[in-house]
Write a protein that binds this ligand. Structure first.
Ligand SMILES: [Zn+2]
Length: 86
């Protein structure tokens, strides 16, 4: 098993909360950043999230984002199915 930059966009989304909070380990952090470098979609999501968090000083994490904002972000990555709860 090789250890390459093979995170999927869904992996990024799953780890985004911890990544933006600076809670991922160095290896994962490097892989996420490598993915973001080569993936315009994820780059948009991360940039948007960071801006949104800066704007919402009361929000501690992605989980605190308004549902509507989160839906828009997931839609950008065509992950509506993943986001859908029922
Ligand atoms: Zn991606």
């Amino acid at each position: 098993m090789t250890h390459e930059h093979n995170l999927t966009c869904q992996n990024i989304i799953e780890n985004l909360n911890a990544y933006i909070d600076g809670e991922v380990d160095d290896v994962l952090c490097t892989e996420i950043e490598a993915h973001i470098q080569s993936c315009p979609d994820c780059r948009i999501v991360v940039t948007t999230l960071k801006k949104t968090i800066e704007l919402c000083k009361n929000a501690d994490s992605v989980a605190s984002l308004p549902v509507e904002t989160r839906h828009r972000l997931f839609a950008k990555l065509n992950l509506e199915e993943y986001d859908k709860k029922d």
